[in-house]
Design a protein around this ligand. Sequence first.
Ligand code: SF4
Length: 299
Amino acid sequence: MLLEGDPFALLEGMAIAALACGIEKSFIYLRGEYPEAARRLEHAAAAFSEREGFQVELRRGAGAYICGEETALFNSLEGHRGEPRSKPPFPTVAGLFGKPTVVNNVETLANVAPILAGGAEAWRAVGTAESPGTKLFSLCGHVQRPGVYEVPFGTTLRTLVEDLGGGVRGQRRLQAVQCGGAAGTFLRPSDLDLPLTFEDLRARGATIGSGAVVVMDDTVSLLDVVTRTAEFFAHESCGQCVPCRVGTVRQLELLEQTDRPDRRALLAEVGQVMRDASICGLGQTASNAVLSALQEFDL
Ligand code: SF4
């Protein structure tokens, strides 16, 4: 949405970051599936470079989910397979082409210019002490008005789902809300008054993650949803480390063995190993959705 709707917000944030950090070379790494964003970014980057003299190189990936992980992104930019690197060293010490690198997501960089223009105090006046400012939430699923909503941190899940999203569509009953993307946690209808902040979601065992909020009504089979999520992670695992390469496949197999009495215990064990021993966030969080659905909804 930001890249297509306001690409200059990203470019301004990048130019300010480059100036602040003495950065010599800047890249935008864009997933291959966004041709419209690529077209608009190319146009905006050319205009911005002509006016401001800030050069940025747009590179397009081939669509791997793992290339959103910062060090896999570096490898992909360098022309290697998009596999995460072990950390340390961290990107600020040895990142792209072995150089110190600042790497941030689009939403963060788009917030830089407004913070600089209005001042940190004005930014902090919105949201909460630990989660200042606003956040974009991508609301989808069984709501009347799906869309991307920018709200102050601290807005409740109920305001997002019921007031902005218009509530569950078709007069059905709300069953669950998955918050944070594919690796996100399942929340119950009784969680609707949860304020959307880093601290409140952490205390509830959930995360804001990508800002994706998926609303599911009572027609949804949560077991099917988590099985599809498990399929997704088994497919997207880069295969570099054993806990994730094998764990994501075992997790999927266990979900499909619905009559197995020790299934829950084994899923918990596989999840623990992936969380503790995987190299990157994909493997570390690949069991989140499954385990939270099992726990919250007794699947
Ligand atoms: S955790 Fe998974 S995605 Fe990450 S490096 Fe290991 S195999 Fe690759």
